[in-house]
Design a protein around this ligand. Structure first.
Ligand SMILES: *[C@@H]1O[C@H](CO)[C@@H](O)[C@H](O)[C@H]1NC(C)=O
Ligand SMILES: *[C@@H]1O[C@H](CO)[C@@H](O)[C@H](O)[C@H]1NC(C)=O
Ligand SMILES: *[C@@H]1O[C@H](CO)[C@@H](O)[C@H](O)[C@H]1NC(C)=O
Ligand SMILES: *[C@@H]1O[C@H](CO)[C@@H](O)[C@H](O)[C@H]1NC(C)=O
Length: 521
């Protein structure tokens, strides 16, 4: 009896242990599934694959991002949907390739009358159906339009605070003078109005004081997190930094403090802001129920040379469909769900955030539209993800040429290659330069990116790869059959009426647009 009793106790203990272990390894615990997680997407601008210490940069400093990486998962094969800004952001927010939504070719300018079409469903709109508070702080770059038609508050965001496009589209002397002189290679758009800072659909500052902008972004982000947490509402914060786009700037606390010059200073300020957001999550006691996802809109702008960022071992940079243009750093953290110190080589993309976040929130996906993303939760939980394809469109896609490249498993086939000004007119690699005209490859250039991440050794004309090229060709044709090109929003006419101006209708334009606190002509 005694022996049986012991055995009984033992089996009870064992089964409890098994249950406990099962509970521990069950990817999403019951309470986490019940409770819609908060979502924070941190989006850097022109930050390349090789720019962070976590990705091997020898002199960059970014301690908060390093901590984020240690507490979560680092991706080594994560792609933005485009090698440039506006289309990349359109795809992030809609889960759809930019050519479908009409955000092509190139990017929106300060005087563009178009924008992300209002009938596109953004992730903010989807999350709102599940009771989320939604905010975007920072760079929008999906159009302002005449009458502020395209601002984020018309796209599912409850709150907006930020500069609605790149700060190099503002006259540089106005943004920096008299505090900091412009750099020689800053190439700013001196013809347009000073950089506006919007709060919702109102201009609250013009031109933006870039030297204090990041601390205001942090303040607004923290206020938003704290308010939603106090109310007990789930929230979606999309914090899209102006950093590390050129011209690089940083507040006085960060100027001249890094070992990597102006780019390093800007990165330090970005990293500080990330740290502030992470500590707000902790103070608001929502850290454990928040998925934080950090990534970048495209590769580094190499034309800015020493201040232009770094693609690490990848070929070329911003503006090209080589890996340096679109493979970007990505870090995900969700304590208790994503294992700390994890690292994945699986394929994933900014396109995948939409379906992933929608599912986490328990939302249904929009019907009647083709989505290009796949749920990446399996990857985040160390299981096999379902993406084995990725399609590359160039900076300025054209229906006549279509896709430039296709990634299939570890292989990448280039049907067309082209250099680009953002990848530097003087690049040591002639393939990256703007003088490298669009070139069709038949057979396509083929690289095994697992063996050759720098795309150096072409396998495309070897007989043993012809069957694989046929398979890739079929995948390409199948995909392109599904693509209906949205009418180009970027090709719509431009007009000074679309340029943000605090004193609309004033003269002499554009200098008169300044808000009262700014004096100079
Ligand atoms: C949005 O409207 C345009 C113009 O009517 C249409 O071509 C497009 O397919 C619509 N897009 C979506 C996602 O419904
Ligand atoms: C902008 O608003 C004004 C005043 O309501 C209106 O007259 C004009 O047609 C609008 N323009 C556009 C492009 O929506
Ligand atoms: C940064 O260094 C430059 C060059 O030495 C100097 O001109 C500038 O005043 C410094 N700025 C700050 C805020 O320390
Ligand atoms: C294969 O392609 C490379 C690069 O395009 C070229 O240099 C080489 O001559 C080609 N080899 C053959 C056998 O066609």
């Amino acid at each position: 009896m005694a022996a049986t009793g012991k055995t009984g106790n033992l089996s009870l203990v064992l089964s409890s242990l098994v249950l406990l272990v099962l509970l521990m390894i069950t990817p999403l615990t019951w309470s986490q599934m019940q409770k819609r997680p908060n979502i924070v997407v941190l989006f850097a601008d022109d930050l390349g694959y090789g720019d962070l210490p976590t990705y091997g940069h020898p002199t960059s400093s970014a301690p908060h991002l390093e901590r984020l990486a240690q507490e979560g998962m680092v991706f080594t094969q994560f792609y933005s949907s485009s090698p440039v800004c506006s289309p990349s952001r359109a795809a992030l927010l809609t889960g759809r390739y930019q050519v479908r939504s009409g955000v092509w070719p190139g990017v929106f300018w300060a005087d563009s009358t178009g924008g992300l079409p209002l009938n596109e469903t953004t992730i903010a709109e989807v999350l709102k159906t599940q009771g989320y508070d939604t905010a975007i702080i920072g760079k929008w770059h999906l159009g302002v339009g005449v009458n502020q038609t395209y601002l984020p508050t018309n796209h599912g965001f409850d709150y907006y605070y930020g500069v609605p496009y790149s700060h190099d589209m503002c006259p540089c002397p106005v943004c920096f003078w008299p505090k900091v002189p412009c750099g020689l290679n800053d190439n700013c758009g001196s013809q347009w109005t000073g950089c506006p800072v919007y709060e919702n659909d109102r201009i609250v500052e013009q031109p933006a004081d870039l030297l204090t902008l990041s601390s205001r972004y942090v303040k607004q982000a923290s206020r938003f997190i704290q308010t939603s947490a106090d109310r007990g509402n789930p929230f979606f914060l999309y914090l899209a930094f102006q950093h590390t786009h050129h011209p690089q700037f940083a507040g006085v606390e960060f100027t001249n403090t890094s070992a990597r010059g102006k780019f390093g200073d800007a990165l330090l300020e970005l990293d500080w802001a990330v740290g502030e957001v992470l500590s707000t999550l902790q103070q608001a006691m929502v850290q454990d129920n928040t998925l934080v996802f950090f990534t970048s809109d495209n590769g580094p702008s190499l034309r800015n040379e020493q201040r232009g960022g770094n693609a690490g071992l990848l070929k070329c940079g911003k503006g090209t469909t080589y890996e340096g243009g679109q493979r970007v750093p990505a870090i995900a953290r969700w304590p208790g769900v994503i294992s700390a110190h994890s690292r994945t080589t699986q394929l994933a993309s900014t396109l995948d955030l939409f379906p992933t976040l929608a599912k986490l929130a328990g939302a249904t996906l929009p019907s009647g539209v083709i989505l290009d993303g796949v749920d990446m939760m399996p990857i985040l939980q160390n299981k096999q993800g379902s993406r084995d394809l990725f399609f590359y469109y160039p900076t300025s896609p054209d229906p006549q040429y279509g896709l430039y490249a296709v990634r299939y498993k570890q292989y990448k086939a280039h049907y067309y290659t082209q250099g680009q000004v953002n990848s530097n007119p003087n690049n040591h690699d002639p393939d990256c330069r703007p003088s490298a005209q669009r070139t069709r490859h038949d057979p396509p250039l083929l690289f095994n990116l697992n063996n050759d991440p720098s795309e150096q050794f072409n396998l495309g004309n070897m007989s043993q790869y012809q069957q694989l090229l046929k398979t890739i060709d079929t995948k390409k044709v199948e995909f392109e059959k599904t693509v209906v090109w949205g009418e180009s929003e970027i090709a719509k006419h431009s007009s000074p009426d679309a340029e943000p101006c605090y004193n609309r209708g004033c003269q002499p334009f554009p200098g008169c647009c300044h808000t009262p606190q700014w004096w100079w002509p």
